[in-house]
Design a protein. Structure first.
Lengths: 146, 172
């Protein structure tokens, strides 16, 4: 499945991604490169970027795999040098709480506001009366009795 | 009435946030190395291949570690300033992804502000330092701790406000 995805990416981004895949065929290497961001072309992963730095970092990732490091160790190795920015998936920490939770908070807030508005409108449409209106109605009906 | 004000306040907040975002340069990524001892690395010296440039020697006084290359045009912008600074500050170079001939020639043509330069032919030292945009300049305190990193050409203003101010202890 992973291989299918990798080739899917290849077809999608032809060019450099394909070259990178042909160089190795190593799935771990490939998967890692898509997790890591190139700091020169900031919207490209290490797998996609043609920047020289990306080439150096690909070589470093390859060397670290050969040294027997785990994926986690490799990511920490690069994170220690380049910071969180090199990760496409930022870590969950206090300083990133707004980033991770923010959208859900906004969604909940919007849903709540929307629901409240719908309920009100519904209440009005179905003839819900305020206390003052009810009183006026009662008075008017009484008058009608006379 | 209340609700109208709430909308105005929310909108103003959004505008302020976006305005702050606009003033930031996304190509300048802060380094996790600031505040930590300079990473351990060794490399050949540019002018003396048989001698080692050892980062462990970068202590005992304030120093600047400047990443440069002969192919780097922005490096020429800061070169005059570096030449002047070299008379009052310990200045070391990392010659990044270059050839020895071209780098040595560059120093001869424009002048050599460095006490010594490490020859980082394949960019390995660059990775240790988290270099991604040449030139970069690191300020090291006498304990060998990185106190500041400047990305791009160093200028008079950055030197005074970011570097000199730290050496004088006016900011941390």
């Amino acid at each position: 499945m992973k291989r299918v995805t990798a080739w899917g990416f290849c077809l999608l981004f032809m060019g450099s991604a394909c070259l990178a895949a042909d160089e190795t065929g190593d799935e771990r290497y490939q998967a890692l490169l898509y997790e890591l961001r190139c700091l020169v072309c900031q919207n490209q992963s290490l797998a996609d970027s043609d920047a020289e730095l990306a080439g150096d970092l690909r070589k470093r990732v390859r060397d670290l795999i050969d040294q027997g490091m785990t994926d986690k160790q490799i990511i920490e190795h690069l994170q220690a040098r380049y910071g969180d920015f090199i990760l496409y998936r930022p870590p969950f920490a206090w300083r990133t709480v707004a980033l991770w939770i923010g959208p859900f908070v906004l969604l909940a807030l919007t849903a709540w506001l929307l629901l409240r508005r719908i309920r009100r409108r519904h209440a009005r449409a179905s003839g819900g009366l305020s206390d003052a209106e009810r009183e006026r109605l009662a008075k008017a009906l009484k008058r009608g009795d006379d | 009435m209340m609700r109208g004000w709430l909308a105005v306040v929310l909108f103003a907040g959004l505008v302020v946030m976006l305005a702050i975002g606009l003033t930031r340069d996304p190509s300048r990524v802060s380094s996790p190395l600031v505040g930590l001892p300079v990473p351990a690395f060794q490399a050949e010296r540019l002018n003396l291949a048989e001698e080692k440039f050892d980062s462990a020697a970068l202590r005992g006084e304030w120093s600047l570690l400047n990443v440069w290359a002969s192919w780097c045009t922005t490096c020429l912008e800061e070169h005059e300033l570096l030449m002047r600074l070299s008379q009052q500050l310990a200045l070391y170079g990392i010659n990044h992804r270059d050839t020895r001939d071209e780098a040595q020639n560059w120093l001869q043509v424009y002048g050599n502000p460095y006490r010594s330069s490490a020859f980082d032919e394949h960019g390995e030292v660059g990775i240790e330092l988290g270099v991604y945009k040449v030139p970069e300049t690191f300020l090291l305190d006498p304990d060998g701790v990185i106190r500041y990193k400047h990305i791009g050409a160093l200028d008079e203003k950055a030197y005074r406000e970011e570097i000199l101010a730290r050496i004088r202890g006016e900011r941390s």
